[in-house]
Design a protein around this ligand. Structure first.
Ligand SMILES: NC(=O)c1ccc[n+]([C@@H]2O[C@H](COP(=O)([O-])OP(=O)(O)OC[C@H]3O[C@@H](n4cnc5c(N)ncnc54)[C@H](O)[C@@H]3O)[C@@H](O)[C@H]2O)c1
Length: 305
């Protein structure tokens, strides 16, 4: 890996992957339209292209730089936003991804490509989910990412690129750009210790964003097959009350959760828990940070905002 294109590198996970790529001595180009990401998240050593994935001609042209590796993370990611803007979600996540894949294939220089999928491609499952469970997305976002997995399979079949697909579970830490549970609680805590909340029972597999980034690198560097798909999660799940309790301990003040009808999502999985043995056994990946570490990192970042 020498010349790397990272899409979505101004975002939450992408900026952490950028840190690791630069640490490996890569010459890094970040492509991002800054719709959700922030320019200041992009490390100064990276070349920055403010570009939309939907700009097919622009994307094709930028591959003339001769990248050997692509990490494709740019997407519209927040589930309620995707449900409200299905056209934009499809244009960005599906059409935009096709532009990146086509450009990578026709470049003739790209040897490795990582693309971000999600736990949201899975159906509701009681226990840990492994990669053999058939996809069953329940929302627009999951549908677009499920389509990305089909697109990745076609790219792998029609090229000699080593394609890696990471199914991300719930990342937590600093530089988060979307109002997910943890940043939402931290943001509201600035005004009040009583937090209005929707569904409190769903359990999620929270993974430190730095461990997510190391999972991306493990697949990118280690995948020798035409295509491989791995969950990237810890295998531990927590519900909303448990997460609030962790934050309350770090914050040093009690948090009162106040369930509110209007915030309840009608379609919600009760449990999303990774079986990450494939990533661990094939690539030797292990999470380094505990759930409390990731909350501490997020808390520190939000307090200094
Ligand atoms: N955060 C999580 O817990 C999580 C879970 C599952 C999957 N993912 C996936 O991981 C990837 C990164 O997610 P994240 O949490 O860092 O989100 P993010 O929103 O912080 O990062 C996505 C980046 O893509 C950029 N972007 C969006 N539309 C674009 C477009 N049309 N052209 C160019 N750039 C565009 C945004 O500006 C942003 O910087 C996404 O593909 C997301 O679907 C994230």
């Amino acid at each position: 890996m020498k010349k790397v294109l990272l899409t979505g590198g101004a975002g939450f996970i992408g900026s952490h992957v950028a840190d690791l790529l630069l640490g490996r001595g890569c010459e890094l180009t970040v492509l991002d339209n800054l719709s959700f990401g922030r320019r200041e998240h992009v490390p100064a050593q990276a070349r920055f292209l403010q570009m939309d994935l939907a700009d097919r001609a622009g994307v094709m042209e930028c591959f003339q730089a001769g990248f050997d590796t692509v990490v494709h993370l740019a997407a519209i990611h927040f589930i309620p936003y995707c449900n409200q803007h299905p056209d934009l979600a499809c244009r960005t996540n599906v059409e935009g991804t096709q532009n990146i894949f086509d450009a990578a294939q026709s470049s003739g220089t790209v040897q490795r490509l990582f693309t971000a999928s999600t736990a949201a491609v899975y159906p509701d499952c009681a226990g840990p989910i492994d990669e053999t469970v058939a996809r069953g997305p329940m929302d627009v976002y999951g549908m677009t990412k499920s389509a990305n997995e089909e697109q990745a399979a076609i790219l792998a079949r029609r090229s000699s690129i080593h394609v890696s697909v990471g199914r991300f579970f719930n990342a937590v830490g600093g530089r988060e750009t979307n109002p997910h549970l943890v940043p939402d609680i931290l943001q509201r805590l600035k005004k009040s210790n009583t937090i209005e909340i929707g569904n409190t029972t769903p359990k999620r597999d929270y993974i430190d964003v730095r461990d997510m980034a190391s999972g991306v690198m493990a697949m990118l560097e280690g995948n020798q097959s035409s295509i491989d798909t791995c969950n990237i999660g810890t295998g531990e799940v927590y519900d909303v009350a448990e997460i609030a309790a962790f934050i309350s301990e770090i914050h040093g003040a009690p948090i009162e959760l106040q369930p509110v009808e209007r915030l309840i999502r009608k379609v919600e999985r009760q449990n999303l828990q990774a079986d990450s043995r494939r990533l661990q056994t094939r690539y030797g990946w292990k999470p380094k940070y505990s759930v409390q570490d990731s909350m501490r990192y997020a808390h520190e970042w939000y307090t200094n905002l």
